[in-house]
Design a protein around this ligand. Sequence first.
Ligand code: PLP
Length: 287
Amino acid sequence: QWIYLNGQYVTKENAKISVYDHGFLYGDGIFEGIRIYSGNIFKLKEHLNRLYDSAKSIMLQIPLSLEQMQEALVETVRRNGLRDGYIRLVVSRGPGNLGLDPLRCPEAFVIIIVEELSIYPEEAYENGLVSVSVSQRRNVPDALNPKIKSLNYLNNVLVKIQANNAGVGEAIMLNSQGYVAEGSSDNIFIVKNGVVYTPPCYVGALEGITRGAIMELCGKLGLPLKEEPFTLHDVYVADEAFFTGTAAEVIAVREVDGRTIGSGKAGPITTRLLQEFRQIVTVDGVQ
Ligand code: PLP
């Protein structure tokens, strides 16, 4: 396995960063998770746009142009010889001194890791996940603006811990007003009376690339879609619910906080969207 470490390709054992890296010391940096399907990097442009937007927002100068970054990603995938997998792209503020001032870090540091990935068994896509709502709140819009995919993931880690404690794969986070925001690393959708709903990002959700792809698919398939805030009550009484994310793809939710959602397995619209999604992933990408 070859890892891109700031311009060099090194083995996993040799892929090391400085203890003075501000990504490590302060969570000062940004990242992307990207899928490779049949040798294609899925939605690469969208991921790179989000990365460079996150960088601009936190005043982080990425040392590679967008084209150079694309080349580095393609080359790292090529060297690892993976047809299907996952790319973790990290840009940290880079090594500096102690003290959180980014001016102490002369240059950002770029890491690209390519790995195999499987998070849920196929059975989960048919039967759906059990989920719970958690007490962590996705606050908007503060320094941890959900639109910035920053290395500050402690809030999400705490959501994952609550999910683990409840014995479930993904949990639901509300915002401070009590509206449903997203999961620990997935966006959320519900379906009611044939209409697909997802919270607008201002409620406190990352503008997920998979979310965007599903919204596009709804348009193509003629499924009515509404981006509007909803509460846990709406999730409990929904006909269908599902999470979307780069790693999870489109995964049905069969139970939330002890309430069975719809039929208690992946509903027809969720199943259709997953099938259509799996059709587009192999064609919509950069080789
Ligand atoms: N929400 C959060 C907090 C995430 O970290 C992710 C993962 O990237 C998502 C949602 C899903 O976004 P995407 O579909 O771009 O992977």
